[in-house]
Ligand binder design. Structure first.
Ligand code: NAP
Length: 486
């Protein structure tokens, strides 16, 4: 597979069709691997935003009037078609995000699976019939779709994180306007178009590209938007609460993380190293659930360092468009590389040992791409940025401990609370860490954080609301109590 010879161009999606922006403005998308222009997307104007909201509002009446069974059939037909487009959409993701093609393609098909899961889940929404205080009363609780939803999505998993929102929204009868990040707008736009081409009715899914501060905020402030679902940084999440909070409509925010891993005295070191390397380096650590800091029992520190160094140095790195099978490509943005280097330099200046990485790989030193080597730091302490702030890069910093209570206290000493990991073979230790770690997800001896059947919810400043699982379906439903006297 070769790089594009001519850049792709995408219009907005309004009323089920690609439509040019009334402003005529476009924004450029650059390859993180080469710095070349790989595409342009139309930038929505206020007039485009207004007519898209009207179209989604009109479509809501028909889409919500269908039964959940009818919607399930339509959605599953659309995902079946979208799977046939996985090569095209995956290639766009590899081009604009840097994720190797094989992983990008898998993200597209896995996203179709998630949407199917929700299509089936929505036919199982149960209300209640309540006992009443008098014989001539009846009381029912039912759930109805909220209306038009606005989605604000990030660049690290640009299609997957859209599908987590699209799945429950479509299945419950909501219509959707999505605003992908300006960094990776092409693959989510193409994914939505494929869903429409596969049979989702016009107006049920729309796409407005443009910057968060202009298009995102204008979209969310409309009184016709009844729910906002956003994934992104905690700083942006706080801004959205300020801008959108006064509407008092529903909002869910999946925000940043700074996920700890505790490697206990009795852990399987090889397994722990494998999982830490997977969660720390895959997608260049650009994941909210990345392992951002490791607390290792001092008796295992040398063994873990040896294993992690080997895993880091054996990762294959390359342009994942030209070779889709490499382990890692470039980071998505040059700013991301600058931030990672600042965290690594800060740690080293405060006494950390740089075991491997810490720079652009030698093989890419003349490349314009945002390449960065998987990096391992030991002897880290909590005064280092890398131990306190989301690095969002391929860096695993390690600190030793002797007392498990101390390791748990350090793991919890953060404003984030998304995911925490522990490695142990002991049942009592397992119970202790799962009960004491302050995070929405705790994984013991594994790194498979996200599954359709379990809720993903950030504690503290990592989020507000729930994604995935049956619980997230209720983020898209209003509760109605019906009381009848007869
Ligand atoms: P970001 O900079 O916060 O942007 C996220 C989205 O918000 C983008 O679409 C952005 O649009 C938009 N946006 C920015 N300012 C806005 C505003 N004032 N009003 C409305 N929308 C606005 O985050 P990112 O860099 O793309 O993503 C990385 C972050 O996401 C990390 O912190 C990561 O931990 C977090 N994340 C969390 C989860 C989770 O499930 N908890 C999953 C993945 C990622 P533009 O880019 O076009 O401006």
């Amino acid at each position: 597979m070769n790089l594009v010879e001519s850049p792709e161009s995408f219009d907005l999606i309004i009323d089920g069709e690609y439509q040019a922006a009334t402003s005529g403005k476009v924004t450029e998308v650059k390859s993180p691997a080469t710095g070349e222009l790989v595409g342009t997307v139309a930038v929505a104007s206020e007039a485009d935003i207004a007519r898209t909201i009207d179209s989604a509002d009109a479509a809501f009446r028909e889409w919500s009037a269908k039964t959940a069974y009818e919607r399930e059939k339509i959605i599953k037909k659309a995902t079946a078609y979208t799977r046939t487009q996985a090569d095209t959409i995956g290639r766009l993701m590899a081009l604009e995000q840097g994720k190797p093609f094989n992983q990008s393609r898998s993200e597209v098909t896995a996203s179709c699976d998630i949407i199917d899961y929700f299509a089936a889940e929505a036919v199982r929404i149960e209300g209640t019939i309540n006992p009443t205080e008098k014989a001539n009363l009846r009381s029912y609780v039912v759930y109805q779709p909220v209306g038009v939803c606005a989605f604000i999505t990030p660049w690290n998993y640009p299609v997957a994180l859209l599908s987590w929102k699209l799945g429950p929204a479509l299945a419950t009868g909501c219509t959707v306007i999505t605003k992908p990040t300006s960094i990776t707008p092409m693959c989510p736009t193409a994914f939505c178009k494929a869903m429409l081409d596969g049979g989702i009715p016009a107006g049920v899914i729309s796409v407005l590209n443009g910057s968060g501060g202009s298009v995102g905020e204008a979209l969310m402030k409309s009184p016709k938007i009844k729910k906002v679902a956003m994934t992104g940084s905690t700083a942006t999440g706080k801004r959205l609460m300020e801008a959108y909070g006064p509407t008092l409509n529903k909002i869910s925010l999946e925000l940043g993380g700074h996920c700890p891993a505790i490697v206990c005295e009795d852990a399987d070191v090889k397994l722990a190293a494998k999982m830490i390397a997977y969660k720390g380096f895959r997608n260049l650590g650009q994941s909210c659930s990345s392992i951002n800091r490791v607390y290792v029992h001092e008796s295992l520190a040398d063994a873990l360092t040896t294993e992690l160094k080997e895993l880091a140095e054996n990762m294959t790195i390359g342009d994942g468009v030209t070779d889709g099978s490499v382990d890692i490509g470039p980071m998505a943005t040059a700013d991301g590389v600058t931030d990672v280097q600042a965290h690594v330099d800060d740690a080293v200046s405060k006494g950390a040992t740089l075991v491997t990485g810490g720079k652009k790989p030698d093989a890419f030193k003349d490349s314009r791409g945002n390449y960065y080597s998987p990096t391992l730091l030991t002897n880290c302490t909590h005064d280092m940025l890398v131990m306190r702030e989301e690095t969002f890069g391929p860096v695993v910093p390690c600190q030793t401990f002797t007392d498990l209570d101390d390791a748990i206290a350090k793991a919890n000493d953060t404003t984030y609370g998304l995911v925490a990991y522990a490695f142990t073979k002991d049942m009592a230790t397992t119970i202790k860490v799962t009960e004491e770690l302050e995070a929405g997800t705790v994984c013991v001896n594994n790194g498979a954080v996200n599954t359709p059947y379990a809720p993903y919810a950030g504690w503290k400043e990592s989020g507000f609301g729930v994604e995935l699982s049956r619980k997230s379906v209720f983020e898209y439903l209003n509760t109605k109590h019906i009381k009848i006297a007869f």
